[in-house]
Design a protein around this ligand. Structure first.
Ligand SMILES: Nc1ncnc2c1ncn2[C@@H]1O[C@H](COP(=O)(O)OP(=O)(O)OP(=O)(O)O)[C@@H](O)[C@H]1O
Ligand SMILES: [Mg+2]
Length: 333
């Protein structure tokens, strides 16, 4: 339905390109909640921008293919990265982080809805839109009175709920949410996550959620992509990621998660991700990896299938070693 193939997207900078998305291949499926996890600065938000087709300087799509299939009235059209901005809201939409700056401070919520959706023919006239928005808010258990409010009159949690409503009003096939609950307290956070999962279940569409909180992923996602230094190092069903992590980086992320009833100190992740201006030649995690071997600093491990639907990029897997060897032999012949 939506695939990224060998996508590289770099930020141009005076010191050279910052390789924030560096050869990412990923399949995004209908009716799933896909989580993207990884430490700060590893490229999660940039990957979301790329999936959204929001690629403006200094960010540049260097190579690779983006292919989205949009279904509309039984018709399927194939879209590339440059087509995506034309189908924002309708096909793919974005839930930004709950900050004051996202909503226009001098506009009532009602008018923000008009602004966003009135250019779509199927939205109807002003009165029809008002009614549809009111009905939709009710469906989502939000008070209709918020429509008359200005953003500053709403709590952070309510503002975030409004953003979710706004982004999902036109029933897009893909909803992107980048840290939608960061900076909100735990109770509010839970409410927003419940709202997002409910919307996804009702619409049967795709929700992609970025969070550095592994607990959030455990609670709501079906599948996860683990990102490190601009690359995907592991992709698989959430249940397998937590019960049988394949990549040492994923293991470290999971070990750093607090557990109920366990009061022992959590193992933090020592060291820091490499610079994306000049990443090391081999596996980006090698400098921090307890299992690093010679080859890890020389060649980049390919993302290979380890078990059904479960991929990992690590030379500890025979499959990765064999694939790297085959590539080398291929290059020499
Ligand atoms: N507009 C920009 N111009 C130049 N470099 C940028 C820009 N935005 C992000 N970067 C760089 O790209 C890299 C990836 O950043 P990105 O924001 O995608 O990471 P992230 O995983 O979302 O981090 P966080 O968890 O902190 O949100 C970082 O090195 C960052 O400094
Ligand atoms: Mg981010």
């Amino acid at each position: 339905m939506y695939t990224l193939t060998n996508v590289k997207a770099y930020y141009d900078s005076p010191r050279g390109p910052i390789k924030a998305v560096d050869d990412v291949s990923l399949e995004i499926r209908p009716n799933e909640i896909l989580g993207i996890a990884g430490e700060s600065g590893c490229g999660k938000s940039t990957l979301i921008k790329v999936i959204y087709g929001h690629i403006n300087p200094p960010l540049r799509l260097v190579s690779g293919e983006i292919r989205a299939e949009m279904k509309d009235n039984g018709q399927v059209s194939v879209l590339s990265a440059k087509d995506l901005p034309k189908v924002w809201w309708e096909f793919i939409s974005y839930v930004p982080q709950a900050s004051m700056s996202v909503l226009n401070p001098v506009m009532r919520i009602e008018n923000q809805f008009f602004d966003a959706v009135s250019r779509f023919h199927r939205a109807g006239n002003r009165e029809q839109i008002r009614q549809q928005v009111a009905d939709y808010l009710q469906e989502l258990d939000l008070p209709v009175e918020v429509l008359k409010a200005y953003p500053h009159q709403l709590s952070g949690g309510m503002r975030q709920r409004v953003l979710v409503a706004l982004a999902t009003f036109l029933h897009p096939q893909i909803i992107l949410a980048d840290e939608p609950t960061t900076a909100l307290d735990v109770v509010v956070q839970r409410g927003i996550l419940r709202m997002l999962t409910r919307v996804q279940q009702t619409m049967g569409n795709t929700l992609i959620i970025v969070s550095h909180d592994m607990g959030v992923h455990y609670q709501i996602t079906h599948r996860m992509a683990i990102m490190y230094a601009g690359q995907l190092v592991e992709v698989g069903p959430t249940e397998r990621i937590f019960s049988a992590a394949q990549h040492p980086y994923t293991e470290m992320l999971i070990k750093s998660l607090p557990r109920i009833g366990d009061h022992s100190a959590r193992e933090g992740i020592s060291g820091r991700p490499p610079s994306l201006l000049d990443p090391p030649p081999g596996c980006p995690f090698a400098p921090r990896c307890p299992h690093a071997m010679d080859i890890c600093t020389q060649a980049r491990p390919p993302l290979v299938q380890i078990e059904d639907d479960h991929l990992s990029a690590c030379f500890l897997h025979e499959e990765a070693m064999a694939a790297a060897h085959a590539q080398k032999v291929g290059a020499q012949s």
